[in-house]
Design a protein around this ligand. Structure first.
Ligand SMILES: *Cc1c(COP(=O)(O)O)cnc(C)c1O
Length: 356
């Protein structure tokens, strides 16, 4: 049975009541020859005109690539903008709350703070899996959004679909599944959109699609949820140059598939190498394009690598991540340079220990 949920009851009253911005092109119906409606420079070439505010072509291309309908797609200026739009559409500042599951992506809490929303934490288990009891304990009548990140940043593992289903069926707000790394793992929850009316899936062009610089994310949800978010989104939130770059990338899925295969093979090779290093305590299983690694002394490794010109992400301050660094999988050359640097650090350290 489908859970029944009243989406309109979740929308901020101010958003329900407001009248959205409407451009001349939103109001216009029919065929036009001459566009004198938007104060654009008529002599310009590429990008002299405003983008199509409906993003028809872009939404169609993303929907076709992902196997859903264009009405279920909302493009954004990176998924970070879409996280913000979700909060501004569905959460009353100073009143409502969001639930996050640390250790996880930091932007959920940052955007919540910007929007004056309390953040309730339901920490993942020791193996970085969702903890239903903790989620239940963190959820209050003011909870509007529960964030899942799958595969999770920074741990790299996927959240079980069954757990997300259970939470979505029991929760009266929206369940947001951030799938920034899903192209590396498979197992997207997009297929569940039809069954779970309160499910929102986020994906991005920034990772596997190799387009972090164009700033493009996509939100997938029911047409009703998307209609409410569209009321408040900036009319031209994605530039036409970004749209064109995305359409080009989408035309070449084989290139992306090749990159993904190479990155996964490099990741598994690096993980196997790290597992047996004396400097390393634990390599967490990853389905993404990075590894979370627990070192014996992460601060020392971090500094020693920096001296050798290699930057990792220090995640040791996050819940359950003591002494953990996150390593993005690079090119084979970059990964080899990392291994050489770690070997060098090990050698220097043992030399120091022998001397003293
Ligand atoms: C990298 C990342 C994003 C991407 O955000 P964009 O704004 O689309 O670049 C979103 N969520 C997670 C968990 C990430 O790691």
């Amino acid at each position: 049975m489908k859970p029944r949920i009243d989406i309109s009851a979740l929308v901020r009253p101010a958003v329900l009541a407001m009248k959205p911005y409407s451009s001349a092109r939103d109001e216009f119906r029919g065929e036009a020859r001459i566009w004198l409606d938007a104060n654009e420079n008529p002599y310009g070439a590429a990008a002299s005109r405003y983008p199509d505010a409906q993003y028809v072509q872009l939404r169609q291309a993303i929907a076709a690539a992902k196997g859903c309908s264009p009405e279920q797609v909302l493009p954004g200026n990176g998924s970070d903008e879409l996280i913000d739009l979700l909060m501004r559409t569905f959460c009353r500042p100073g009143i409502d709350e969001v639930v996050v599951q640390p250790p996880t992506y930091g932007m959920y809490a940052v955007q919540a703070a910007i929007n004056d929303l309390a953040v309730r934490e339901a920490p993942l288990t020791r193996r970085f899996l969702p903890d239903l009891r903790a989620i239940e304990a963190a959820t209050t009548p003011f909870s509007r959004l529960i964030f899942f990140c799958s595969p999770n940043n920074p741990t790299g593992n996927r959240m079980p679909a069954e757990t997300i289903r259970v939470v979505a069926s029991a929760f009266s707000g929206l369940v947001v599944v951030d799938e920034a790394y899903i192209d590396f793992s498979g197992g997207s929850l997009l297929a569940q959109l039809a069954d779970l009316p309160n499910l929102v899936v986020l994906q991005t062009f920034s990772k596997a699609w190799a387009k972090a610089g164009i700033r493009l994310g996509a939100l997938f949800a029911s047409p009703e949820i998307i209609r409410y978010i569209r009321k408040i989104k900036p009319p031209y939130n994605v530039s036409s140059l970004t749209g064109q770059a995305a359409l080009r990338a989408l035309q070449d899925p084989r290139r992306v598939a090749r990159d993904i295969a190479e990155i996964r093979a490099e990741r598994d090779g690096l993980a196997a190498w790290l597992e047996v290093q004396p400097l390393v305590r634990e390599v967490f299983p990853s389905e993404a394009n990075f590894l979370l690694v627990r070192f014996r002394d992460a601060a020392m490794i971090y500094r020693a690598l920096l001296k050798r010109g290699i930057v990792l992400r220090d995640r040791s301050g996050l819940h359950g991540c003591k002494n953990c660094l996150r390593i993005t999988i690079g090119t084979p050359d970059e990964n080899a340079a990392l291994k050489a640097a770690l070997n060098d650090i090990l050698y220097q350290n043992s030399a120091i220990r022998t001397l003293s």
